[in-house]
Ligand binder design. Sequence first.
Ligand SMILES: Nc1ncnc2c1ncn2[C@@H]1O[C@H](COP(=O)(O)OP(=O)(O)O)[C@@H](O)[C@H]1O
Ligand SMILES: [Mg+2]
Length: 273
Amino acid sequence: MNAARGSLCLKNVTVAYQGIEALAEVSLTLKPGEAAALIGLSGSGKTTLLNTCNALIQPTNGAVSIDGKKFSEMSSQELRYARSRIGFIHQSLSLVPNLRVIQNVVSGRLGQRSFLGGARDLLFPSTNVVEKVYEVLDSVGIAEKIYERTDRLSGGQQQRVAIARALFQDPLILLADEPISSVDPVRAKATISLIREICKKKGLTLCVSLHNLDLAKTFFPRLIGLQDGRLIFDKATETVGANEINKLFNLPDGCIDFGPLTSKPSMLGKSLE
Ligand SMILES: Nc1ncnc2c1ncn2[C@@H]1O[C@H](COP(=O)(O)OP(=O)(O)O)[C@@H](O)[C@H]1O
Ligand SMILES: [Mg+2]
């Protein structure tokens, strides 16, 4: 990929499982450095959409492109490279509990390394690799945990390891699927704030699925609403109305006061899933 910058484009993307559409004709574009939150009820297609953006799922119809090039038209080498520039933070974090933090972080870059190079980085990391892991752990505030066993860390610290692992692969795009589903509201806010700050600083394109509406509204300038696999809205956060939110979550009118960004959120800390 020449002049890789991190734009992501879905054009009429449909994903069907055994004939049932999990995503239906979804089109959207994220420009390099843009940040959006993906919201919708459980089963609305958020995970499917993020997995399609990461080429983990092939669309039944339509196309996904990165920097103007469709996944479906990439050679296997190009696809591997493109995927290596997309960091993914999974809902379950997908860390190996009995490995040290450094090993979990290094595993983020295995897609860019040969088998032997990757094995060496995991088992006998060079000074350069250790320095880079240290740097990335420092950026998420847990540099001192570098040699700790991952399962000895708290839930919040493990979340930071998962963020560090995604950052270690030097991504252009960061995707996160409900990254805060397993922590308390205070830690959830700190984690989303951290992800946003890092992406802003590094100019990464960011798309995060969230079930906490207030965090989506507070930290993201753009909201993408999904319902039954369909794109219901995709617009600037301050232009999303209460009626649109109520409709998205099948709530009666007047249930959510989705006022301007300066107003006090009425659903603070509550999740809609
Ligand atoms: N592997 C699968 N096989 C069959 N159906 C699936 C599979 N994955 C997801 N689905 C269905 O696709 C729809 C969207 O699911 P998902 O993308 O997980 O939504 P969300 O992340 O918003 O909860 C749901 O109806 C779900 O049951
Ligand atoms: Mg999901």
